[in-house]
Design a protein around this ligand. Structure first.
Ligand SMILES: C[S@@+](CC[C@H](N)C(=O)[O-])C[C@H]1O[C@@H](n2cnc3c(N)ncnc32)[C@H](O)[C@@H]1O
Length: 467
């Protein structure tokens, strides 16, 4: 039964039958697929439709008629509105089964590619506190969930937390988060208290006013803690705040700040000012040391990155004499990881500071058989490049979500290495690229690795062998 109500359609007694992509679940109403946030198969719910199209709709739960027998109580009080950790109500084993099925279906049905052996998904040992990096936003207005209207409403209180999913200008205040080890919650709450007591202004994204903008924290297994605070402008209020943090939290090993007068929040192009401690921190990954500066890229789940890299190494099957290309190398961590088992590794990446970090990390680990090259992958694999660097036996490719540029796929086809190991965070684009390689390469094995429990994200590793 449906009723129109302020804020959208209501559907009563919707039976939830399956999981869906993006952390949602689905039910059907009058032939239409209804994607529901926070639901799971076995739930019977009343929902409010907030997005309505001809063939599908998106809705939020407003009332439970029945709860699935295996439903868990979410650990976090900010569940659903925060937009992260969407599957806290789903047992982890079930999340893994769905992720596995999603990868298989995508590669089979979208890519129409045969995989000779599907290996079971590698789950994360830690379901919570697995992220080494978190970013929080300051906002002059706090948006709070309103159960009845299922939208968030502004309060005249400042917020320090996460952007509400899909809204660049709305921040949900967060006073607990289970994604990172302490001292993250203690630091974030102390900064909030300090800033409100001192009357510091929080950022107003619409007016582009207010001192406090963002706070990024890295908390590593080595115990090192890095903070990067960003401010709208340089004022005398900044240094006392940094001094407060330094004395209150001696566990901060690298304290940094930056001025961001731009419209957007991206930190990668800001000039970072080092305030105290070291200007970087170090993480350990399977016996290797990685130096991480405030703006460096580094895998956010170190323990699962280890699992991922071990799987890549297993698939590469290196005997010691091989030449390996590591495409989209980032800060070179896969290249450095494999360098111990190969004759030479060539890493390619188009962000120059990442390549500087890659070279530094190689020398930090006394690795001298890696070459790192700054190039756009679309133009990288020329004859000249291959003449200079040699023809690879094994290619590792780890592109961004968009997958490989068609020119890169074409270059791989003509380069014809014996093995390609394709690491992907987006099975849909991986399926597309595997299809383009299918007549030349057979997919021997594939193994998903869950880097992000309670979210729909994962990495999938595929081993391709020249036919
Ligand atoms: C998924 S990350 C891979 C990171 C790295 N392999 C690791 O494990 O840490 C993708 C990388 O590709 C780089 N990238 C994206 N597009 C590129 C392009 N067209 N040419 C070269 N590098 C690119 C990004 O800057 C990013 O570092």
């Amino acid at each position: 039964m449906t009723k129109r109500n302020k804020g959208g359609f209501l559907i009563d007694n919707l039976v939830i039958t399956d999981y869906a992509n993006e952390g949602k679940a689905i039910g059907r109403f009058e032939g239409k697929v209804i994607f529901v946030d926070g639901a799971m198969p076995g739930d019977v719910v009343d929902v409010r439709v907030y997005f309505n199209k001809k063939d599908f709709a998106e809705a939020r739960i407003i009332n439970f008629r029945e709860k699935a027998a295996q439903r868990l109580n979410p650990v976090c009080k900010h569940f659903t509105y925060c937009g992260g950790c969407k599957w806290q109500h789903v047992p982890y084993a079930e999340q893994l089964l769905f992720k596995e099925r999603m990868v298989h279906d995508t590669i089979k049905h979208m890519g129409k590619v045969d995989v000779a052996e599907w290996e079971p998904i590698i789950g994360s040992e830690n379901e919570y506190r697995y992220r080494n990096k978190l970013e929080f936003a300051f906002s002059n207005r706090r948006w709070v969930p309103n159960e009845i209207l299922t939208v968030a409403h502004a309060q005249n209180k400042p917020a320090l937390g996460y952007h509400i999913q899909g809204f660049w200008d709305k921040v949900l205040h967060v006073d607990e988060c289970h994604l990172q080890n302490e001292p993250t919650n203690a630091i974030r709450n102390a900064v909030y208290q300090y800033a409100t007591e001192k009357g510091l202004s929080f950022y107003d994204a619409r007016q582009q006013q207010g001192l406090l903008r963002n706070m990024m924290l890295r908390v590593l297994r080595t115990g090192e803690v890095l903070i990067l605070l960003t401010f709208k402008e340089n004022t005398p209020d900044i240094l006392p705040l940094l001094e407060f943090l330094k004395s209150r939290f001696p566990e901060i090993t690298s304290l940094n700040y930056a001025i961001n007068a731009k419209r957007n929040d991206s930190m990668s192009d800001l000039q970072v000012i080092h305030y105290s401690g070291k200007p970087y921190i170090n993480e350990m990954l399977d016996g290797l040391q990685f130096r991480i500066s405030p703006q460096s890229f580094f895998q956010t789940n170190t323990r699962q990155a280890e699992q991922l890299y071990r799987k890549i190494k297993e698939y590469a099957g290196l005997k010691g004499g091989e030449l390996v290309y590591d495409l989209y190398t980032g800060t070179g961590s896969i290249a450095i990881y494999l360098a111990r088992y190969a004759a030479k590794v060539v890493g390619v990446e188009y962000i120059e500071p990442a390549i500087i970090d890659a070279r530094l990390n190689a020398s930090l680990n006394n690795i001298d058989n890696c070459t790192f090259i700054v190039k756009d992958m679309a133009d990288a694999l020329t004859d000249e490049f291959v003449n200079q660097n040699g023809k690879p036996d094994v290619v590792i490719t780890d592109p961004p979500r968009a997958g490989m540029h068609p020119k890169v796929v074409e270059s791989l086809r003509s380069l014809s290495p014996e093995k390609i190991i394709y690491v992907s965070c987006n099975p849909a684009t991986q399926a597309r690229d595997l299809q383009m390689l299918d007549d030349k390469y057979a997919v021997i094995k594939s193994c998903p690795v869950d880097m992000f429990p309670h979210t729909h994200h994962l990495e999938n590793v595929a081993l391709l062998s020249l036919r």
